[in-house]
Ligand binder design. Structure first.
Ligand code: FES
Length: 105
């Protein structure tokens, strides 16, 4: 099964990417060269180069961030109440259509 992830990039354009269930949003972004998602640490929660702002209606459907993710989010200048590190968001059928915005860096 695959689900659609919608990435709103800083130009305002929305790019749709197919992601396999179980894949992280970060991996899906890298596979399609979504600008602004670097994923430097490979999902080890040490870089925060996978920061996104999740659309509020989708944010509430995510598993809460772990303590380690919270620690990384805390140091970001452009953190909002809907910030997540997208290497920690694993796609499930319930998340089909999820929209995330890539902050300007
Ligand atoms: S890829 Fe490094 S924290 Fe997400």
């Amino acid at each position: 099964m695959t689900s659609i992830i919608q990435f709103r990039i800083p130009t305002g354009e929305v790019r749709k990417v197919d992601a396999a269930d179980g894949e992280t949003v970060m991996r899906a972004a890298l596979s399609q060269d979504i600008p602004g998602i670097v994923g430097e640490c490979g999902g080890e929660l040490t870089c925060a180069t996978c920061h996104v702002h999740v659309t509020p209606e989708w944010f509430d459907q995510l598993e809460p961030a772990s303590g380690d993710e919270e620690d990384m989010l805390e140091v970001l200048d452009d953190r909002t109440e809907h910030s997540r590190l997208c290497c920690q968001i694993r796609i499930t059928p319930d998340l089909d259509g999820i929209e995330v915005a890539v902050p300007e860096h």
